[in-house]
Design a protein around this ligand. Structure first.
Ligand code: ADP
Ligand code: MG
Length: 591
């Protein structure tokens, strides 16, 4: 990555995090106050030592009557400084941890909310495991480092500067020796930290890949086991795992190298101070006690420097995590509400597509200049081969994505004039594979309208033929379904999804292959429920079944993203060479 790119991302991370720290200002201010107190006590700590040493080695000290009192005062001073330093340090840690944890939890909540609202296009192109990893693990890393490294780091820098100033005042020659070590350290640690960040960035990306792969295989565990893909997946996983290890080791090795290198630098500086300092004492520039204070300070000043090295590694790794979060947050949803968008209230349900084109990424558009007018209450079958763009058309209505050209309207108004939430609330959709969430059947139905009463939910369950099978389950509507509803059959899941849609009481209904893949018996129950759901409403029926198409007012045939034929079912049936012939005839024809 270029230096400029790195800097830009760093700035973006800072400007992203700043608003979350703002409400924690009192805590952060308290933390800094405690930190300054801690530095002050750390600076005071060695001084009693100086007074004691200089007093006891003075000629005739043994006979001096003031010596015992001085010793007692100095001893108490050491104890007091240590105790106050401990207290300040404790307060500092508490303040900083509290502020950091609160801020990062807010960040996590917001990043989750943001990700949930990103357009379908984003989600289909990103593995959910990687997203989960960013949300849970990357934010966790950022928080730990902010609390345990970044804030103490500031304290260390303050300590270092303060001690350097005192050392320069005590003996400027000695001070310069120590000061000379600093630029060497800073230059080197900057370079090392950059390389650590690069390695950590690759490592985190690999971890994201791992989580994505694992998420995918666990999500499709039936297919994995049925096709005995375990060993193959295991091999793939092992390979990615190893690559992750390589980068992880590299980052850790670089960080450890920086720390050890600092140790050596500290040794060199200490040797130089002993040499120059011993000379200064002999020449009378410095008392022996002051030399001891100096060496103490040296240790004290270089400890922050060593910590800096230690923290640099961790901060560099966290920076890589932070970049992943900023990248996610920087992914803007182009589907937000336009200024001036208003609630879509009760609509008639007239739909119109005017020269609408839609595309996923580059390549061939999925829909080409579709023109389609659908009257309120009309029932329109959308047929065509797989991949002809039927679902894409339905998704446009829900604004899961926007057309690249043309406009989609409800009651003559462009969809973008409505708020997203009210638009989606006004449309009921039943898909081929209905997904249920872990919870009771009742909870799952209520998702159609969270404020529905129990009676209302039970009514929807009756309309959608859910009560028929729920009655046989222990607990009825309160029976718990497993993750994704895996404990129910396809037809049963479908009927729950229909009940959800019934509860919405929307004027516009989309049935996207809602009966595809069901057996005759459950197909009939689902069809009955669908008929009740869509009666008297504008309905788009995406189907491969001839009978379903024949039951509509109009049939629209799509081919490779274009409308190639449309008309009343009888008309199309009578037309020679009509594409209606691609539809399946069902054995369980409608009654
Ligand atoms: P249908 O529902 O008629 O089977 P779709 O509307 O799902 O067809 O797909 C229309 C075209 O768009 C197909 O060529 C398909 O490959 C493509 N497509 C559908 N969804 C996506 C997606 N999320 N990303 C990229 N291409 C897609
Ligand atoms: Mg489809």
């Amino acid at each position: 990555m270029t230096a400029r790119g790195r800097e830009r991302r760093g700035r973006r991370l800072v400007s992203f995090l700043a608003p979350y720290l703002r409400p924690e200002r009192p805590l952060i201010a308290g933390g800094f106050a405690a930190m300054l107190a801690e530095v002050a006590f750390r600076l005071l700590e060695p001084w009693p030592l100086k007074f004691v040493i200089d007093a006891v080695i003075a000629p005739g000290a043994a006979a001096d009557p003031g010596i015992p009192a001085l010793l007692v005062v100095c001893a108490l001073g050491v104890v007091a400084a240590a105790a106050l330093r401990a207290l300040s340090s404790y307060l500092m840690t508490v303040c900083f941890s509290l502020a950091g944890t609160r801020a990062m939890n807010a960040v996590r909540g917001d990043v989750y909310a943001h990700t949930l609202r990103l357009p379908l296009r984003f989600h289909t192109g990103t593995r959910s495991g990687d997203l989960i990893n960013r949300l849970v693990s990357d934010i966790g890393k950022l928080r730990d480092v902010a609390v345990t490294a970044a804030m103490p780091l500031i304290g260390n820098v303050v300590t270092l500067v303060a001690m350097l100033v005192v050392m320069l005042v005590l003996d400027w020659r000695l001070g310069l020796v120590v000061a000379a070590a600093l630029p060497v350290f800073l230059l080197h640690s900057r370079r090392a930290s950059r390389r650590i960040t690069d390695a950590a960035r690759v490592q985190r990306a690999r971890e994201g890949e791992l989580a994505g792969a694992a998420g995918e295989s666990f999500g499709a565990i039936k297919v994995v086991q049925a096709y005995t893909l375990e060993s193959e997946l295991e091999r793939d996983f092992a390979r990615s795992n190893e690559r992750e290890l390589t980068e992880g080791v590299r980052a850790t090795r670089l960080a450890a190298g920086l720390e050890r290198w600092t140790d050596v630098l500290v040794g060199v500086a200490t040797g130089a101070v002993l040499l120059v300092g011993g000379w200064s004492v002999l020449e009378g520039h410095l008392t022996p006690g002051e030399l001891v204070v100096f060496v103490q300070y040296l240790k004290g000043a270089f400890k922050p420097m060593r910590d800096l090295a230690k923290y640099t590694g961790r901060i560099a790794k966290a920076a890589a995590s932070g970049e992943r979060i900023v990248d996610l947050v920087g992914t803007r949803s182009e589907l937000g509400d336009l200024p001036g968008a208003h609630r879509m209230g009760r609509v008639e349900g007239a739909l119109s597509f005017r020269r609408v084109s839609a595309a996923y990424g580059e390549g061939e558009p999925a829909l080409h200049e579709i023109d389609l007018e659908i009257a309120p209450g009309e029932r329109v079958a959308l047929v065509g081969q797989s991949g002809s763009g039927k679902s894409t058309l339905a998704a446009l209505l829900l604004r899961l994505h926007d057309p690249v050209a043309g406009s989609v309207r409800i009651d003559g108004r462009d969809l973008r004039a409505y708020t997203l939430a009210s638009l989606r609330a006004g449309i009921a959709i039943v898909l081929q594979e209905s997904v249920l969430f872990t919870g009771t059947i009742r909870d799952n139905i209520r998702m159609g309208r969270p404020d529905a009463t129990d009676e209302h939910v039970e009514w929807a369950a009756r309309v959608a033929n859910v009560d028929e099978f729920a009655g046989r389950l222990p607990g009825g509507l309160d029976a718990v379904v497993g993750e994704r509803g895996d404990t129910l059959s396809g037809g049963q899941r479908q009927r729950i999804a229909i009940a959800r849609a019934v509860l919405r009481d929307a004027r516009i209904v989309i049935l996207d292959e809602a009966t595809t893949g069901l057996d005759a018996a459950s197909g009939a129950a689902v069809r009955e429920a669908l008929d009740r759901l869509s009666a008297g409403r504008t309905t788009l029926v995406v189907t491969h079944a001839l009978d379903d198409a024949l039951a509509c007012d109009r049939v629209v045939v799509l081919d490779r993203g274009r409308v190639v034929e449309q008309g009343a079912p009888d008309e199309l049936l009578a037309r020679p060479g009509s594409r209606l012939s691609i539809l399946n005839r069902r054995e369980d024809a409608r009654a």
